[in-house]
Design a protein around this ligand. Structure first.
Ligand code: FEO
Length: 404
């Protein structure tokens, strides 16, 4: 239990050991499920709960904070890492009502079988009084589900934003201390679940623009007592600007594709292009997602397996398609033994992408002089695009928590 204000406590759980979320998202630094008690002079609210695996810690913290009665359980989001302990809360505090929006209510009934009579459904902008404290509900959809909302504690100027502005980071610090570390964790989190919804996030940022916010209290990672730090980071990530950076994501079976990759990467570096060479075998896909947030383009490099792309390259294409990064161009390079339809297959996966597709380079067996020449031409095409378009140029902004 950690106090964050007068009669305001964080009572959730730090999950130091969790290494995978949704059986998909790597968590190199663990995570936390923040849950907040707000005690008013008349009523007490619990804002979000915890992952079901950590219900016991939530209960221990509530006992430690001396909470004998909860009137409202505010559900900002239906996903189980925040709502999974609601059934236990309703058993322990039978007088409590779940306060949420209509969409979230229906999800909670479906996911957890919560009795319909236990809900108070609120509208966007509605307020409830706890006595000397007031909660206002602000719908902030698609960060990252359609029902997501934030709760603003008006008197204390705290925005409880749930996943929005969160970071998968287990830390004993209540507030952000190590800015570069939190920037990286928050960017990873944004990349993995928020990036496809840039347009919606822009609307949500606009919606909270005029709120007087002293603290942003997300439900993962440390709290922001300098809200500008994380709001500016989000503004940068959702903008159309990209950096002078290309991701070369590759897999190679017998070395031919790797020779192509190394030649291309070296040529790009010589031309002053920033490159992230990413081996798709054993690599941390969260790292790849982070780079996708502001890369100008992606080169997918793959050998041919059973007439198609290597499954690792197909997975990378699937990821790029799902995360919808703001990349401006895409290219496919690789090798084959006797033929195949790798390029068509990868293009078929990338149906969401609006990026320009550059001329592919496919090599039979080992790359030869003429193939290296084609790679030089591709590097030149990439360099031209970085030079000629303002959006490709490095912009002044926050990078890794520092002004650059
Ligand atoms: Fe942290 Fe979307 O749950």
């Amino acid at each position: 239990m950690r106090q964050i204000g007068q009669n305001i406590f964080e009572v959730g759980a730090i999950d130091w050991d969790r290494r995978l979320f949704d059986e998909l998202i790597p968590l190199p630094d663990g995570t936390s499920y923040n849950s907040y008690i707000v005690k008013g002079t008349v009523k007490t609210a619990l804002i979000d709960t915890a992952d079901p695996a950590k219900t016991d810690i939530l209960i221990t913290n509530l006992v430690g904070a001396g909470i004998q009665k909860i009137d409202f359980v505010i559900a900002n989001h239906a996903e189980q890492d925040h709502s999974g302990s609601i059934p236990a809360m309703l058993r322990i505090y039978p007088e409590a009502k779940v306060v949420t929006n209509e969409k979230c209510k229906n999800m909670l009934i479906g996911l957890m079988g919560i009795d319909e009579n236990k809900f108070i459904v609120i509208e966007d902008g509605q307020e409830i009084s706890l006595g000397d404290k007031t909660l206002r509900f602000i719908f902030t959809p698609w960060v990252h589900w359609p029902e997501t909302m934030s709760t603003y504690l008006m008197e204390d100027k705290i925005l409880f934003s749930c996943d929005f502005f969160g970071s998968h980071l287990a830390t004993s610090e209540v507030f952000v201390k190590d800015k570069p570390q939190v920037y990286e964790s928050a960017k990873r989190y944004y990349a993995e679940i928020m990036m496809p919804f840039r347009g919606q996030i822009e609307k949500n940022l606009e919606k909270i623009k005029n709120l007087d916010i002293k603290i942003i209290a997300p439900s993962h990672g440390p709290l922001h007592d300098e809200p500008k730090f994380i709001i500016d980071a989000y503004k940068k990530w959702i903008s159309d600007d990209v950096e002078n950076k290309v991701i070369v994501a590759y897999v190679s079976m017998h070395g031919s594709t790797k020779k192509m990759v190394e030649h291309l990467v070296n040529t790009l570096i010589e031309k002053g292009i920033g490159v992230e060479q990413f081996n798709l075998i054993g690599g941390d896909v969260g790292k790849l997602a982070i780079e996708l947030v502001d890369a100008a383009g992606v080169v997918l490099a793959s050998p041919t397996v059973l007439t198609g792309a290597h499954p690792a390259a197909a997975y990378a294409a699937f990821l790029v398609n799902a995360l919808r990064p703001k990349i401006k161009y895409l290219a496919v390079i690789g090798s084959f033994g006797w033929g195949g339809r790798m390029v068509e297959q990868l293009k078929g996966i990338l149906t969401n992408s609006k990026a320009e597709i550059l001329e592919p380079i496919l090599v039979k067996g080992e790359p030869k002089d003429e193939d290296f020449q084609k790679l030089d031409n591709l590097a030149e095409e990439i360099a031209k695009r970085h030079k000629n378009n303002k959006a490709y140029v490095n912009r002044k902004g926050i990078s890794h928590g520092k002004e650059t």
